[in-house]
Each structure stands twice: as structure tokens, then as C-alpha cells.
Design a protein around this ligand. Sequence first.
Ligand SMILES: Nc1ncnc2c1ncn2[C@@H]1O[C@H](COP(=O)(O)OP(=O)(O)OP(=O)(O)O)[C@@H](O)[C@H]1O
Ligand SMILES: [Mg+2]
Length: 409
Amino acid sequence: MDDTTGKKILVIDDEVYIRDSVIGFLEDFGFEVIEAENGKIGLEKFANDQPDLIVCDLRMPEIDGLEVLAHVTQKNKNIPIIIVSGVGNISDTVEALRLGAWDYIIKPIQDMNVLSHAVNKAFERKHFIEEKAGYQRELERANKELNLSLEALELTKDQLVQSAKMAALGELVAGVAHEINTPVGVGVTAASFLDGKTREFHKMYKAGELKRSELENYITTVEEVSNSILINMERAAELISSFKQVAVDQSSKNRRRFNLKEYMDEILLSLRPRYKKSSHVVQVTCEPNIELNSFPGAFSQILSNLIMNSLVHGFKALENRAIDIDITCKEGQVIFVYRDNGHGMDQQQREKIFDPFFTTMRGKGGTGLGMSIVFNLVTQTLKGNIKLETEVGQGVTFTMTFPRHWDDT
Ligand SMILES: Nc1ncnc2c1ncn2[C@@H]1O[C@H](COP(=O)(O)OP(=O)(O)OP(=O)(O)O)[C@@H](O)[C@H]1O
Ligand SMILES: [Mg+2]
């Protein structure tokens, strides 16, 4: 028999002879045995002494074995109960097994090994059940932990996506400042030139030295310079208003009506500082009258990610490359084709490009979120789809299709 130390067995039987022989046998094996001469005492001892296993006779006066069994299994299903029943009590034995008895032995017990086998088997099964419950608890705990980690990961992902958006907005603001600098600078130079000329003119006028030719000269200068100031200020105002729209759209999720061609021009204008100094060109072919009722912010994010990727990845160490954007409209669907003729991608990159955090620039400024954001914007915000065709050395072609009127879907 397996290790018996510290294991307590309760033997309930009203026949002294059987009880004694069973107890003697079990004690010989090293079990601690408690005895009870009827069901009532048996139940009391069960409650007070908390045995690890019960051997119980079926036929007893007052409280019989079936009642003991029902009571014990109701309290604790994991206490093994072995029923001892007479040869003629088959139906009671079946009922006992149905009620939750773990095993039975027939009396008179002729071979005590039958008892030892049943006890051994019951303890093994109990051990197995406890082990299983332990694993189950461990699994549930691990699962809970995993769920918590998953939630934390989702949160981090959302925060990263948010900060990627803010970074894009920050770059936009820097681009705006840079772009507006030129017309404002020209305007300031022209105004201070005009200021100087006017002071000189004033002096001459006061001194009474003003000649007709000088007056005409001054008028011509004023006309030219004020015109230059006007043009440059108008340019600055135009830049500010388009940047303002793009920036607001980029930070909001608003839907509105807009003309696609005009909006594309505004976005490209806001992106110009990023590619202006390179030798690359961006060409857009778009019918002038495509009106959309959709999310303009999504467009500017999609386009700025695609263009930045072409510049950073596609055209790396290359000169004179081109980005072609071709937009058509068919049966209420907008077909938006974006092409670059850069390095292209291999199969592994092609398969992973839309996965969050996939980047070939890890540690060099890439988070790998750009294309996953594009994918989500196209498929969720615009309710469309996106497909990529690319080969190494053949550039990339992204084809996006989405409904023109978001309401229609
Ligand atoms: N036009 C392209 N040409 C070649 N490779 C590209 C192009 N666009 C994307 N890739 C590849 O796909 C990867 C994932 O692009 P994605 O925009 O998701 O991340 P990233 O540009 O590396 O980082 P992030 O945009 O978050 O700063 C890039 O690292 C690059 O290897
Ligand atoms: Mg990117």
C-alpha cells in the first residue's frame, strides 16, 4: 500500500466482528482509524474528526449507509466513501454508487486485499482529483493574469497610437511654421524697405527739396512693394487656413462634406516641407468634382503616412523618384491608387506591413504603427479595403477602395 502516514479512516459498521477485523487490517497498514458503531455516531465523527476516507456498512439500524452517504456527499464530494454491503443487497449497492459512493466491497470480506485495493484506488483517485483541481486553479489564475496583461497591452497600444498621432500633428506644426516663414519674412523685408523709403521721402518733403521725379519714383516703389507685401500676406493667410483645416481634421474624428481634389491639394501643401528639399515629385490625378461625405482627418493621416513611408523607406538613398496618386470614382466607390517607384518590399515585409509594431527601422525612429493605423482608418473609419502589390525593386502600389458617401453603407 502507498504512503499511509497521517491518513485518517472512519469505519462505520454495527457488526463488531467486521468492524474489528477491518480496523485491525487498516491499522496494520499504518492508517489512523476512527470507529463508529452506527450511522448517527458515524456522522458525528465525520463532522468532528474530518477523516480522509470512510468505510461504511449499508444496512444499519436508524441511520443506514445510504443516509450517511447522502449526508457526507452533500457536505463534501471529495471524501471517498467505500460501501460494505451484503451479497444480497445488489440494488442498494447500485443506489449507493448512484449517490456518490466511490467503490464497494462485499461482505463477508474473505480477502482483505480486496479492501486494501479499494482503499488504495480511492486515495489515488482523490489525489488525482485534488491535483486536477490544483492545476485548474493554477490555470484560472494564469488566465486571469494573462487577461490583465492583455488589457494593459491594449491600453499601451492605444496610448502609442495616440502618441503616434500627436507626433504626426507635431511634425505638421513644425512644417507649418517653416512654410509660413518665407512669405512672412518677405513681407517684413518689404515693409521695412517701404518704411525707410517713406522716412527719406518725408525728410525731403519737409526740407522742401522734393522734385517731381522723386515723387513719381516713390509712388512706383510704393505700388510695387505694397503689392509684394499683399501677395506674400495672402500666401501666408492661405497657408494658415489650409493648415488649420488639415490640423483640425487630423486631430478630430468629424465627418463632413468636402471636395476630394481640393482637399488633397491642401494636404499635399501641408506635407510639402517634408519632401520639398528632395528631388522627388508627387503627382496627383483626380477628377475635380468628386464630392465626399466622409472623414477628412482620415485622408490626411493616410496620405501623410504613405508619403512619409515612401520618403523614409521606399526612396532611401535614391534620387529623382516619383509618387503617383490616381483617384477615380465608380458606382459610389472611390478607388484610390497610391504608387511609388522606390525599393519595394520582399514577401515577408509584404505579409507583415499592416501588423502593429512591424518596422524595419526599429531603434531608428520607426514605431511600426503607421501602416497599421492606415489599415484601421481605411477598413474601419472609411469602411473600405486596402491591398498592396509590391516586389523588391518594383516600388509599391496600394489600392484603397471605399464608399464615397459614408451614409450609403
Ligand atoms: N513605400 C514603402 N516602400 C518600402 N517599404 C515600405 C514602404 N512603406 C512601408 N514600408 C515597410 O513597412 C514597414 C512598416 O511601415 P509602418 O509605416 O507601419 O512603420 P514605420 O514607418 O517603420 O514606423 P512609423 O510609421 O510607425 O514611424 C516599414 O518599416 C518598411 O519596412
Ligand atoms: Mg511609417
